[in-house]
Design a protein around this ligand. Structure first.
Ligand code: 13P
Length: 255
C-alpha cells in the first residue's frame, strides 16, 4: 500500500487581521520548520500575498492555500477570484465545497464540481470538503450524503487528477461546535469514502488518496483521530488560529 503523507490544513475562515495573520504566520514558520508531514494555511484572500512573501522569504515548507475559488478563468464575475489569480499569488492548494460555502452561502453540488474541476485542471491541489448535517446523520444518511457530494464533485475528474486531490470529511454538526466525531465514527466514514473512491476509480487510487478529518479537532483529540488507519490528517478551523495548538496538531499527524 502506498505511503500517504499526512496533511494538516489550517482553515482560518473569515478571521484575523492583517497584523494577527502575519504574527501567526511568523510563529508557524518557527514551529513547523522541520515537519515530515505537509502543512498548509488557508488565510482570507486579502492576506495571501503578504503571507506568501513571509513563507517564501523563510523558505518555509508550509503550503499556501485559499478557501475558495471561482471556476471561470476571467470575466465579468464581480467579487469572484479565479484559480489562475490564486496561482499567480503563490497559492498551491484550494478548498472546495466547504460546508460553510454549501450551507451558509448556498453552493450546489454542481457548482462545487465545477470549482473542483477548475482547481485540478489548473494544476493546483484541491481539498474537496464533504460531510453530512446532524439531521442527515440521525436519519442514517451519512454514507449516502458523502457519496452524493463526492460523485457530483468528482464527475469529470480523471485518474491523473487524483495525485492532487485531498478529500476532507467534515461532518457539519462537528464544525465549530466542540462536538467531535468519535475516532470510530470518523474512521467508519473515512473507510466508506475510500471504498467509494475505489468504486469510482480503482483500489490503488483509493489507497493513495488522502482523506482528512475536520470538525472540532484540537490539541487534545488530534492524536487519537489521526491514529485511525483511514484518517490521513485534518482540516482545522478554530484551533488553527493558535500557533501552539496548530503545531501540536501537526505533530500529532506525523507518523
Ligand atoms: P473547527 O475546527 O473550528 O470545528 O472547523 C473545522 C473546519 O470547518 C475546517 O475547515
Amino acid at each position: 500500500m502506498p505511503m500517504r503523507t499526512p496533511f494538516v490544513g489550517g482553515n482560518w475562515k473569515m478571521n484575523a487581521s492583517l497584523a494577527s495573520a502575519a504574527a501567526l504566520t511568523e510563529r508557524l514558520i518557527g514551529s513547523l520548520a522541520d515537519l515530515d508531514i505537509q502543512a498548509a494555511v488557508f488565510p482570507p484572500f486579502p492576506y495571501l500575498l503578504r503571507i506568501r512573501g513571509m513563507l517564501a522569504q523563510a523558505d518555509s515548507p508550509i503550503a499556501l492555500g485559499a478557501q475558495d475559488a471561482y471556476f471561470q478563468r476571467d470575466g465579468a464575475f464581480t467579487g469572484e477570484v479565479s484559480v489562475a489569480m490564486l496561482a499567480d499569488c503563490g497559492v498551491t492548494h484550494v478548498l472546495t465545497g466547504h460546508s460553510e460555502r454549501r450551507h451558509v452561502i448556498g453552493e450546489s453540488d454542481e457548482l462545487v464540481g465545477k470549482k473542483t474541476q477548475a482547481v485540478l485542471d489548473a494544476g493546483l491541489t484541491c481539498v474537496l470538503c464533504i460531510g453530512e448535517t446532524l439531521g442527515q446523520r440521525e436519519a442514517g444518511e451519512t454514507d449516502a450524503v458523502n457519496e452524493r457530494q463526492a460523485r457530483a464533485a468528482l464527475a469529470a475528474v480523471t485518474p491523473d487528477h487524483f495525485e492532487r486531490l485531498i478529500i476532507a470529511y467534515e461532518p457539519v454538526w462537528a464544525i465549530g461546535t466542540g462536538r467531535t466525531a468519535t475516532p470510530g465514527d470518523a474512521q467508519a466514514a473515512h473507510a466508506s469514502i475510500r471504498a467509494l473512491v475505489a468504486d469510482m476509480f480503482d483500489q490503488p487510487i483509493a489507497d493513495a488518496t488522502r482523506i482528512i478529518y475536520g470538525g472540532s479537532v484540537n490539541a487534545e483529540n488530534a492524536a487519537e483521530l489521526f491514529a485511525q488507519p483511514d484518517i490521513d490528517g485534518g482540516l482545522i478551523g478554530g484551533a488553527s488560529l493558535d500557533a501552539d495548538n496548530f503545531t501540536v496538531i501537526c505533530r500529532a499527524a506525523a507518523r
